[in-house]
Ligand binder design. Sequence first.
Ligand code: FES
Ligand code: FES
Length: 153
Amino acid sequence: MIALIVDGRRYDVDVPADKPLLWVLREDLAIVGPKFGCGIAVCGACTVHVDGDAVRSCSVPVGEVAGRAVTTIEGLGRDQLHAVQRAWIEEQVPQCGYCQPGFIMAAVALLKDKPQPTDRDIDEALTNICRCGTYSAIRRAVHRAAAIMGGAS
Ligand code: FES
Ligand code: FES
């Protein structure tokens, strides 16, 4: 058994320690907000936080996160929408939406480290892939979120 803490809840899962975290979330815990895109840590659709840092959960063995705090898009705004989620809505970022949970989780981690990121910071930190091409809207939304978090709203 592996003890997991996901979105503030404790789970004991009977899975191999090398099973990717993404598949434990989706198959064993029915937390399907994190998406499968590439499976090789390239696209970022599966991004979640482990102890506040963004990780690509398709490429993290679940055994590595035992006892650590995993946060998914489903837990991020459970009580009230996170500022990044509000900014995403205000900028109407998503098109098909598939990649967006990963982008949002990556943006939250970026803003924790850099509260006022430049466009370059955003481009360097958010290396996720969006087949719908929402990149410019994502930049605007990250700046808006930074303003919200800085007390401008
Ligand atoms: S599915 Fe994990 S990075 Fe693409
Ligand atoms: S909004 Fe469609 S893949 Fe990004």
